[in-house]
Design a protein around this ligand. Structure first.
Ligand code: PLP
Length: 396
């Protein structure tokens, strides 16, 4: 084979599989051991200490205990690192567990008690930051105000692009330039590593709710952070101490999901583009939010390789129309979450963004669509029949 770097769709299929030939397997082995035989007290203990501090198992000491290390999880992490152009990745029991570990490892663990967060963010992230639960103070701001919000004790900057649910884009490189060395975490859930690689733009961490596109089938809750090996050590330490490890069966499904991520994302993105374009013409729709629209800074192309497969709409009939629409759809499932093979619809203000402070909460007229792999004509037919009902609902 030539020395040319492989294309991402090839990497997605082959990453984390280099040892299959030597193992004599064609599918990833799943290691469900919760504990592991120890060679002897001294070496087992040394390995334990290495992992409790965020390091790897020592070759002659073993994996010791699955809260510290699991080979199936490590295999998924290795594959994700390749796709994110990262030295390392650390997987967690959920996207929120990953976010919690990122915040703790960059604040409380290092004596810095301030975070700068660019709004809008996923409601759960906003809630976590605003709750005070982690003992950090948070300054919420617009992306232009990051530099002005940084203090000597700022340990982390958090942003999300495209943002949930407005699909606003944030210029990652511009925020990194303002950060003055403070680590920047980018929630890359909506873009996936196929469309955006935040570390290439200077971010320190790329976080995914792997529950979404990486899993892709709505059957795993998980989070993962791609980063440097040094940052991974700090994250693994928090994971080991707080017990936020991803279950190996979940890791197996996520690793398998990576192989089809490129085709899923390309097909879902094409359908989302078509849905967004058609909805723009619809009289019941006030505004369509899609990352490729109003991209005055040229972030599509420079930062993101396409608009992705999420579309948000503002309805002319406001909340009543949202209620009618979510009641009337038949093919779209009325459910939170996103990024799976089937299309979902939900009302962020009432659900995913309910805990967000009123001034930052999305409007009651916004409905979010996650476009799946169904035929786009069938999806549009479902939306058309359901949108027709929003007009009569708004007239009542
Ligand atoms: C953008 C984004 N980040 C993080 C999360 C949290 O992930 P999880 O639900 O896997 O904890 C979500 C969940 O919806 C999300 O949409």
């Amino acid at each position: 084979m030539s020395d040319q770097p492989l294309h991402p769709d090839t990497v997605a299929v082959h990453a984390g599989r280099a040892d299959f030939g030597a193992l004599g397997v064609h599918a990833a082995p799943i290691d469900l051991s919760s504990t592991n035989p120890l060679p002897d007290i001294l070496h087992g203990g040394d390995s334990y200490e290495s992992m409790a501090n965020g390091g790897h198992p020592l070759p002659d000491g073993g994996n010791v205990y699955a809260r510290l290390w699991n080979p199936t999880v490590a295999r998924f992490e290795e594959a994700l690192s390749e796709l994110e152009h990262a030295e390392a990745s650390v997987a967690f029991a959920s996207g929120m567990a990953a976010m919690t570990a990122a915040i703790l490892s960059h604040t409380t663990a290092v004596g810095r008690h301030h975070v700068v967060a660019v709004r809008p963010l996923y409601g759960g992230t906003d809630h976590l930051l605003d709750s005070g639960l982690l003992g950090v103070e948070v300054t919420f701001c617009d992306e232009d105000a990051v530099a002005a919000s940084i203090r000597p004790e700022t340990g982390l900057i958090v942003l999300e692009t495209p943002a949930n649910p407005t699909l606003d884009l944030v210029d990652i490189a511009a925020v990194v330039a303002q950060a003055g060395g403070v680590p920047v975490l980018v929630d890359n859930t909506f873009a996936t590593p196929l469309l955006q690689n935040p570390l290439d733009l200077g971010a320190s961490m790329s976080l995914h709710s792997a529950t979404k596109y990486i899993g892709g089938h709505g059957d795993v809750i998980a989070g993962v952070i791609a980063c440097s090996e040094q940052t991974a050590e700090a994250l693994r330490r928090v994971r080991a101490i707080t017990g936020a490890l991803l279950h190996p069966l979940g890791a197996y499904l996520l690793h398998r999901g990576l192989a089809t991520l490129p085709v899923r994302m390309q097909t879902q993105q094409a359908a989302a583009r078509a849905v967004a374009a058609q909805l723009q013409q619809h009289p019941a729709v006030l505004e369509v939010r899609y990352p490729e629209y109003d991209d005055t800074r040229g972030l599509i192309g420079r930062q993101m390789r396409g608009g992705g497969a999420m579309v948000s709409i503002r309805l002319a009939g406001g909340y009543a129309a949202a209620e009618a629409l979510t009641d009337a759809v038949r093919l779209f499932a009325h459910a939170v979450s996103l990024g799976g093979v089937d299309s979902l619809i939900q009302h962020p203000a009432a659900l995913t963004h309910r805990p967000v402070a009123p001034e930052a909460r999305p409007g009651a007229d916004i409905v979010r669509l996650s476009i799946g792999l169904e035929n786009v004509d069938d999806l549009m037919a479902d939306l058309e029949q359901a949108l027709a009902k929003t007009r009569s609902a708004a007239e009542v």
